[in-house]
Design a protein around this ligand. Structure first.
Ligand code: PEP
Ligand code: CO
Length: 472
């Protein structure tokens, strides 16, 4: 976790000496995944060039620390127990060009604003996890893309190739992995600096306002909440004769899809005085829907690391697929280890979620359940924009809360694609973006994101749902 208090210690100086890993899993190594079928990985034209890059990545310092990773795991365990709520959000795909201070600060601001609303409305601490500082590799449904009769390899994220539609841009270039590392490091450095400098101190919440939201209908409700929080803070400050430190320290963790296994394993390290291996490129890697096969390389890689793991659960997953996956990835039923992120679609959640909840409950496991209401609700407009309707996103989220409640389970968080920028990629929301309005500021190279106003609206809606349930 990145907090206002330094948690980096000499323990996080990695060592290279091999030793048995704590999970006692036979024959696992950071690169044992290479013996398994590896989906969604690029084919590099020159193996030696890739090896040179991986050699360099293997010597570069870690981006996060093992202490931070374990702190997040504890916080996720709290959320699984219903004592905290997880807000995971950020770009579908970060881009190297997007690594600019205003955009990073805007994402931080919208996550902070949303979490303020959620803390206040849900009466629980919020664990913030950015899809950031490393979300540079993308799985694709199709290997090839055709435009106006020309067919080229698909764009697979800035860690692999470039989005421009030319043959040259689409050739996988291993040097991009090094760029990805440096861009992630620059992003994290800036976020750590902002947090250390007091940017996330609750006392500063008046300065988190994003200009765009100032003109929104939602402004009044948001302002009412911020005023209440400021009043409460002033009260606590006056009791303590000074600023309430504990309340003002806000932490932020990073996450990305553990897709590019060459990159992930190059940043997988042992650290002195802790057992096991850690992926130190991010706090919380997740396994994407397309690479969650039990015998595949991605599951093999993830089973051996100590990080908390997200697993995306799509509509084709049955209990018979899910339970063996949990046995492999979490043999000890360790608190905080597994976050199941269901992304089923507003039209499928009613049929697909209950059997999964039942099966996990019957297995006696404790997992953290999180709803991703974005990825099962993607559609294309006639004019060719990939979009999502706010209404469907909200419906899936509402049904997720209701189904968990009805089955005696508990939804512990949300996973969203969002940005702090004023984009027009999703249809609907308070400002009523329609199909024709998408072209004004459609910037995503991959999936459509909620803009800051739609994201804040969703946070307010989550609170309304909670209040309805509490009043029911
Ligand atoms: C994503 O999170 O951007 C993604 C591709 O999700 P999924 O694996 O659930 O399709
Ligand atoms: Co996406």
């Amino acid at each position: 976790m990145i907090t206002g208090v330094r948690t980096v210690s000499p323990v996080d100086n990695p060592v290279a000496s091999p030793r048995a890993d704590a999970r006692g899993t036979a024959a696992w190594r950071p690169d044992s995944w290479r013996s398994r079928p590896a989906l969604q990985l690029p084919k590099y034209p020159e193996a030696e060039a890739l090896d040179r890059v991986l050699g360099k990545l293997g010597t570069l310092p870690p981006l996060v620390t093992s202490g931070e990773v374990l702190t997040l795991k504890e916080q996720l365990a709290h959320a699984a127990a219903g004592k905290a709520f997880v807000l995971q959000g950020g770009d579908c795909a970060e881009s190297f060009d997007g690594c600019e201070s205003p955009r990073i600060a805007a994402l931080l601001k919208v996550l902070l604003q949303m979490s303020l609303v959620l803390v206040y409305g849900l009466n629980r601490p919020v664990v913030r996890v950015g899809r950031m500082a490393g979300q540079y590799a993308k799985p694709r449904s199709a290997d090839l893309e055709t435009r106006n009769g020309l067919t080229l390899p698909s764009y697979r994220g800035d860690n692999v190739n470039a989005p421009a539609f030319t043959a040259e841009a689409r050739i996988p270039d291993p040097q991009r992995l090094l760029s990805g590392y440096y861009h992630a490091a620059a992003t994290l450095n800036f976020v750590r600096g902002l947090i250390d400098g007091g940017f996330t101190d609750l006392h500063q919440l008046a300065t988190w306002n994003l200009g765009f939201v100032e003109h929104s209908e939602l402004r009044h409700e948001y302002e009412k909440i911020s005023r209440s929080v400021l009043d409460a803070l002033r009260f606590i400050d006056s009791l303590q004769h000074g600023p309430a430190d504990v309340l003002s320290q806000i932490s932020m963790a990073t996450s990305h899809e553990a897709l590019h296994l060459h990159y992930e394993s190059a940043l997988t390290r042992e650290v002195p005085r802790r057992s096991g291996w850690f992926n130190l490129s991010t706090h919380m890697p997740w396994i994407g829907m397309r690479t969650a096969g039990l015998d595949g390389a991605h599951v093999e890689y993830c089973r051996g690391i100590q990080n908390p793991l997200g697993i995306k659960v799509g509509p084709s997953v049955d209990p018979d697929d899910l339970l063996p996956l949990l046995d492999v990835l979490d043999p000890d039923n360790e608190p905080g280890r597994i976050t199941l992120i269901h992304r089923l679609g507003s039209d499928k959640i009613d049929a697909r979620l209950p059997p999964l909840l039942d099966a996990v409950k019957r297995s006696g496991r404790t997992v953290l359940w999180v709803s991703d209401p974005m990825h099962g609700n993607t559609e294309s407009t006639k004019s060719g924009y990939k979009t999502r309707r706010f209404e469907r996103i909200f419906t899936e989220l509402r049904r997720a809360f209701e189904i968990h409640r009805d089955l005696g389970s508990h939804l512990g968080g949300v996973h969203l694609e969002l940005t702090g920028d004023d984009v027009t990629e999703c249809i609907g929301g308070a400002r009523g973006i329609d199909e024709a309005g998408l072209q004004r500021a459609y910037r995503s190279h991959v999936d459509p994101r909620l803009n800051c106003e739609q994201a804040l609206e969703l946070a307010l809606q989550i609170v309304h749902l909670h209040q309805e349930e509490a009043g029911a």
